[in-house]
Design a protein around this ligand. Structure first.
Ligand code: 5MM
Length: 341
């Protein structure tokens, strides 16, 4: 694997591949395990992640990078192989979530700012030693008729840029993730409102990245797609989502950025695939458009596994199916009837 951040970033968005977001913190994976009646123990977290990382076909052909939580970065498979080595053996890049979560932004009701900059330089050096070659930081942007405020956008964009510059100094590719939420209450905003807010957020993020001298060739953007809120009465077709998303991105994201890897944000597994496919089928873009999905890659695998060691093959098959469908979508070659096949 090359050690230039530009080459690592290119490898992460190579054609037909995308990123597995398996960086659920201990609290978030508890919610996922609760949904299948599985206890949130370290052993179960290890077993679940090993099932994903040992899914050879998916990992070899469809997954270019894996985002891990700190615990996972240092975990091993049952045979003693470090997870980092399993991921590298599949030709994928190991990555680490380095933010410490979204916390209330003072004097800004309803808004958060993501924390974790203090001590980040030292943590990045340790994560590099452990094998991580990319990192992720997620800013959470609330949306309704009046939110977000400019102050809220600016605080999050500034933190994203400070994080990205520190990553690049450490030889680590930053995934810059500003998420305009689609499913947080009230979640009734229209696609036009999401368009407006996403455009303002990305414009501010790229201004801050420029101010902090972040090398665009050595980063990946992980945005939301432009979609209506999950409770909006007017839902949209994949073609409408593709049109809004690509037009916002074309105006905000410099062509020096090698790739854009979307979050799924609460879309169903099929919506996330269909929307990505619609973009790649209809538009030529200066950057690769691919996936960095958490729920949309894992939901069916999680329920097929169900916390039962006897179901590892079924869970792995379900993960492989979603990885293959999204790989096709990243090339604009997916069709709905392929799901049944
Ligand atoms: C996998 O979930 C990630 C971690 O979430 P927490 O910090 O809340 O535990 C999350 O950042 C994820 O990487 C992105 O939101 C994309 O995941 P989705 O499920 O939206 O595709």
């Amino acid at each position: 694997m090359s050690e230039r951040i530009e080459d690592i970033a290119q490898a992460m968005v190579q054609e037909g591949q995308g990123i597995l977001a398996a960086d659920e913190s201990t609290g978030t994976i508890k919610k996922r395990f609760d949904s299948i009646g599985t206890e949130n123990t370290e052993a179960n977290r290890q077993a679940y992640r090993e099932m994903l990382f040992r899914s050879q076909e998916a990992m070899n052909d469809c997954i270019s990078g894996v985002i891990m939580f700190e615990e996972t970065l240092y975990q091993k498979a049952v045979d003693g192989t470090p997870f980092v080595d399993l991921i590298k053996a599949a030709g994928a890049v190991p990555g680490i979530k380095v933010d410490l979560g979204a916390h209330p932004l003072p004097s800004a009701p309803g808004e958060t700012v993501t924390e974790g900059l203090d001590g980040l330089r030292g943590r990045l050096s340790n994560y590099y030693e452990a094998g991580a070659r990319f990192a992720k930081w997620r800013a959470v942007i609330a949306i309704d008729d009046v939110l977000p405020t400019y102050g809220g956008i600016k605080a999050n964009a500034h933190a994203l840029a400070r994080y990205a510059a520190l990553c690049q100094e450490a030889g680590i590719v930053p995934i810059v993730e500003p998420e305009v939420q689609m499913d947080a209450d009230p979640a009734d905003h229209t696609i036009e409102r999401c368009h407006e807010v996403t455009a303002a957020v990305l414009k501010t993020v790229f201004a801050e990245l420029s101010d902090q001298n972040v090398k665009l060739e050595g980063m990946i953007l992980k945005p939301n797609m432009v979609v209506p809120g999950s409770k909006c009465a007017a839902q949209c077709s994949p073609e409408e989502v593709a049109h809004h998303t690509v037009s916002v991105l074309k105006r905000a994201v410099p062509s020096a950025v090698p790739g854009i890897a979307f979050l799924s944000g609460g879309q169903s597994v099929i919506e996330a695939t269909a929307n990505l496919n619609a973009m790649n089928a209809a538009f030529d873009t200066p950057w690769a458009l691919t996936y960095s999905y958490g729920r949309a890659l894992q939901a069916s695998a999680l329920s097929a596994w169900g916390g039962n060691a006897d179901n590892v093959a079924a869970g792995s098959d379900a993960f492989t199916q979603r990885a293959k469908m999204n790989s096709l979508a990243a090339k604009g070659e997916w069709k709905e009837d392929m799901e049944a096949a």
